[in-house]
Design a protein around this ligand. Structure first.
Ligand code: ZN
Length: 106
């Protein structure tokens, strides 16, 4: 396949945006980042390597590639993951946060 066509599988760097969770965290809360929603399904106390007390939050999100729901965990620093583990790194890039149709290869 000509390198100009289809997906580019070469190494690249991407700007990651992380968010910080502040204030009380409640199971069942839903947050919205851009057009995607994430639901908190579990919160447990977590002690970091330095011994400080923080939170381990379990989120429920929807994969932008296959549409299935998936779980992921974060601390207070939160990356709005857009895909299930199977499609990690395959989220289409777009101005509105990945809600772009997936072009078939070839
Ligand atoms: Zn997926």
């Amino acid at each position: 396949m000509h390198p100009c066509r289809g997906r580019a599988w070469f190494m690249r760097v991407e700007k990651e945006t992380s968010w910080r969770v502040r204030g009380p965290v409640k199971i069942g809360d839903v947050i919205s980042i851009r057009v995607r929603k994430y639901k908190i399904v579990n919160v447990e106390p977590y002690y970091s390597k330095t011994g400080s007390r923080t939170k381990l939050i379990t989120w429920l999100g929807t994969c932008v590639v296959c549409g299935y729901q998936f779980h992921f965990q974060s601390g207070a620093k939160f990356w709005p993951t857009a895909t299930c583990p199977e499609h990690r790194g395959q989220a289409p890039r777009g101005k509105n946060g990945g809600q772009v149709e997936v072009l078939a290869d070839g």
